[in-house]
Design a protein. Sequence first.
Length: 336
Amino acid sequence: MRSVLFTGFIFLYALKAYTQGCCSGGSASPIAGGASQGVLQERQVEFAMNFQHLNSNRFLVGDRDTASLFDDLSSNYLYLRMAYGVTPKLTMSIESGYFLNRTQIGLDKSDTIKSSGIGDLILFPRYSLYVHNTESTRTEITLGMGLKIPLGKYNDSTVVFTNAATGQKYYTTDPPTIQPTNGSHDFIFYGFIFRGYPEKSFRIFSNLIYIKKGWNPLGEKFGDYASIGLFASKTFFTKLGVTLQLKGEHVAKMQHDKNIDLLALYNVDVTSTGNRKVFFVPQLSFTHRTFTIYALSEIPLYQYLNGTQVGSKFQLTGGVSYRFFVKKKMVEEESK
């Protein structure tokens, strides 16, 4: 059995609540941690789960710090994935997650907006296009194309006023930074290039991701997402993995129906959407037989945000993966 490459999970559309603007943000980034992955072996099954915490109170205009528009934006997210090696070249995964909370605290704690709930369903097949092994190297090229289907709320609202005389409550739609999903069906395109040196327990690889966003029922189209990740990974003592990643991201500006005033109706300023970012992502993993546990954090090196937006600040992800093989049943006919 060839060794398992484990550098995290693919958390498509899991989280990055801060990539579409301070009051117009949304789940623009397809991954949490920028992980890479090829395909599983035939009849191999993987169950994976992770927990991710994000928070930020840093605001930027372009690449310069500016005054805060609220005190804090945070979220806690639980993500689940099941993958199966259909053939030696084709792997299919089904992925989804649940926001334990998405919280925005106003300036001087003037108000608190919260949301929780299920996010999106991801159907994500990957195909091994090229594999070449020599005595000292292993080379792989994997392509994937998936679909994100929104399951959760994209138009949740908060009470802003209650009439004391009648008891009638008035609501306003929460900003996309607080919604569990952005409400659109999106296409995911993925590429993975791997070069391994088994004798040295060393690997270098790269991933490329492009997310083509669709329109949601509110007349919003979040900006398309593109990223490239460069990785170097080394295994020590056969069980301890250290992976270093440099990741670049680009999120296009948001679009909207010209007949809809997003700022008035949904608290979305389209001029404060879209960004360019560079992250350094260190990761540690520990593998024992078929179990792997890991932890990683994204450290922003450079951020350029259009308009005024909340920037990336602190992110920590931890998870576990379990892999096993499904035995092929052999049915023998008995002669009568």
